[in-house]
Design a protein around this ligand. Structure first.
Ligand SMILES: [Zn+2]
Length: 653
């Protein structure tokens, strides 16, 4: 038996070596030395080791008396039950630390400041300061949750009368509220203007107190801006003058209507609003938020160099520019919604690009297939999937311990306990297999450029492997890393970016462009004709006008990238994958994620890696790591994956 195994191994090694030579020869005509990856920012080196992807397992732990008051004053239904009060108010205790340790969670956020005055929130700080020290002793890192704009206005004005002048206002002076309950016939929560220097100065004591308590990171929420106060009007004038050589008046339309005044809402500037003034206004609002966040980070960094700062910015890319970490609450419970695939692979890729391959990412999958995040945790199968999916995408998901799950755990609810057991098992497995997830980067032969977030799940679901890029990455050096680049309606493009794309195609790169790509300049002004018009109708460019059907786009994609690095052959439905390479280039990881309700019977993974490899091993929860054989084929090798349940990692070395 030994002799026969050794002979088979030798045969496989010979096949790999032969194939490697053939592959190198075939690539001689391609663009020189493509790396198939986003060129990571040098700031990757400054990420604290504990925050590296593959090492962090995050949970938001909202609680304490300030959280209870916030919940009541926001009108949240989940708090209006006597069972919910104590678990939330007393969450910061030893039992919670023990639960977090069992669940292998090593990074949490705590409710530090939600928008009451500094005096009123003192009770929360007194409670949290010793809790933070205990968490650190237990190996758990701490983020301080801070609202960027919220003011519980009665309390704020009582303790700080100047707050009456810090409110964001509509053009007619009406204050802008946040989604909240009404007490005494008026909204409880009014948002503050991030261009108001007094408010920004006042906010610093929240940062200073959090840093003094020893936190490792700060998380900003409520980062919306749409104010038309005097400060904002003047700044918008400066902003438009610098862009267009002439000032624009602020658009007159209200951004919140009457019902929003009474109930409030989280107002996110939309890139879909027509008209140049509206575009400029939306960009100005995002820039205002981004500037305020960057100022806060600079202050935090002056107190504690290297402290991580992130914001809940709802995919408004510029918001994260001045920060060194990324958070979003806009992920989705992964799995199947009826027949529809719910996956966050695209969202993780978007943030990886936005963070230049360097910033730590954690995403809360608050949009649920089953129930509501305020009422219940995910069912066990999807609870495991959400952990594995994030690990497969160089990030962490964020478990949600606010209200529902906490209340049900305190009651001893079996479903809540089962979800916690599933989270624990998945976190444990990821923690025990750190080398599969840490210090790796996504690789693909195709780069898809997204100007703003839109779901790319249709491409994930049809088995395309790709890296996402941001328009800021349209440089000759970056484009040269990929044989194929897809510009998904990249409407705004500077002259330099357009030149980089034309040069890329001239050097042999292939291009797919859709919709109104390059029809506007970098300041949203329409061009007489698209800057890339000269590429239309050429051999190496496919231009799909309008909003092409996914199948049309996929047909062009398959034509231009008919030999992807990795593809699934004979894959069952609902099996998705992601591909990464270790930073040292020695290992390739193929992460296989089963979004369906039943285990998969197996599949074949076809590999066309540019380098030869010595071994293929499969790691899957609940089974021992196994070596797999590879079969040489005409243009690559095929590895047969045996049956597995939710997650498997093929490690090529
Ligand atoms: Zn303002």
């Amino acid at each position: 038996m030994l002799t026969s195994s050794a002979a088979r191994l030798l045969a496989i090694v010979v096949l790999f070596l032969t194939w490697g030579v053939a592959t190198r020869t075939a690539r001689a005509g391609e663009a020189q030395d493509p790396g198939y990856a986003l060129l990571a920012s040098p700031s990757r080196a400054s990420v604290p080791p504990w925050a590296l992807p593959g090492r962090m397992r995050f949970a938001r732990c909202d609680g304490g008396p300030v959280e209870v008051c916030k919940a009541f004053m926001s009108g949240w239904e989940a708090i209006r039950h006597p069972d919910a009060i104590l678990p939330c108010a007393t969450f910061y205790d030893d039992a919670t630390i023990a639960m977090l340790r069992r669940a292998r969670i090593n990074w949490i956020w705590v409710t530090w400041s939600v928008g009451f005055s500094h005096e009123t929130e003192a009770v929360q700080r007194r409670l949290l300061t010793p809790f933070i020290a205990k968490c650190h002793a237990a190996g758990i890192r701490i983020t301080a949750y801070v609202s960027l704009t919220n003011m519980f206005i009665d309390d704020m004005v009582q303790h700080e009368p100047r707050a009456a002048k810090w409110m964001q206002v509509e053009a007619d002076g009406t204050p802008r509220p946040y989604s909240a309950a009404k007490y005494d016939g008026k909204p409880t929560r009014i948002i503050a203007c991030v261009n108001n220097p007094e408010w920004l100065e006042y906010s610093k004591q929240r940062i200073a107190s959090a840093v003094a308590a020893g936190v490792d990171a700060i998380q900003y929420d409520n980062s919306m801006q749409g104010c038309k106060c005097q400060f904002c009007r003047e700044k918008f004038t400066e902003f438009t003058r610098s862009l267009y050589g002439q000032p624009f008046a602020v658009p007159g339309a209200r951004t919140q209507d009457t019902s929003h005044f009474t109930q409030g809402r989280e107002s996110v500037a939309s890139a879909e609003t027509p008209g140049l003034v509206a575009k400029a206004w939306a960009a100005f609002c995002v820039k205002s938020g981004a500037d305020a966040l960057a100022q806060h980070r600079a202050y935090a960094d002056s107190l504690k160099p290297g402290i991580l700062v992130n914001a809940n910015a709802h995919q408004q890319s510029r918001m994260d520019d001045g920060l060194n970490s990324i958070f979003s609450e806009d992920g989705t419970e992964p799995g199947l919604r009826g027949a529809e695939l719910a996956s966050n692979i695209g969202l993780y890729k978007f943030f990886y690009a936005e963070g230049d391959g360097a910033k730590p990412i954690h995403i809360e999958c608050g949009r649920r297939i089953n129930g509501d995040r305020m009422d219940n945790p995910m069912p066990p199968r999807n609870q495991k999937l959400v952990v594995y999916e994030s690990a497969a995408c160089q990030a962490s998901q964020g478990s949600f311990f606010e209200m529902g799950w906490t209340t049900k755990l305190a009651r001893g609810d079996q479903n809540a306990l089962d979800s916690l057991a599933a989270l624990t098992a998945a976190n444990q497995w990821v923690a025990d297999h750190e080398s599969l997830f840490a210090k790796v980067e996504p690789v693909a032969k195709t780069a898809v450029v997204l100007p703003a977030w839109q779901s790319v799940t249709p491409f994930v679901g049809t088995g395309r492997n790709f890296v996402l890029l941001h328009p800021k990455h349209l440089t000759p050096r970056q484009l040269a890393q990929f044989p194929l680049v897809v510009l998904l309606d990249v409407r705004c493009m500077t002259d330099e970016q357009a030149e980089a794309v034309r040069g890329y195609v001239a050097q042999g790169g292939r291009l797919i462009a859709t919709g109104d790509t390059s029809s506007c300049d970098g300041a949203w002004r329409p061009r007489a004709k698209p800057a890339l018009a000269s590429l239309q109708g050429t051999d190496r460019c496919a231009w799909l006008p309008g909003k092409p059907a996914p199948e049309d786009l996929l047909a062009a994609w398959r034509r231009f990238d008919d030999k992807p690095l990795v593809e699934l052959a004979s894959a069952p439905e609902h099996l998705c994958f992601n591909v990464a390479r270790s930073w040292d280039g020695k290992r390739t990881l193929v992460y296989l994620l089963n979004y369906g309700p039943q285990p998969v019977a197996g599949c074949d993974v076809k590999l066309r890696l540019p380098k030869t490899f010595r071994s293929a091993r499969l790691h899957t929860p609940g089974a021992a790591t196994t070596a797999l054989a590879a079969t040489a084929q005409a243009d690559g090798v095929s590895v047969k994956i045996p049956a597995f349940d939710i997650f498997a990692v093929l490690e090529i070395q």
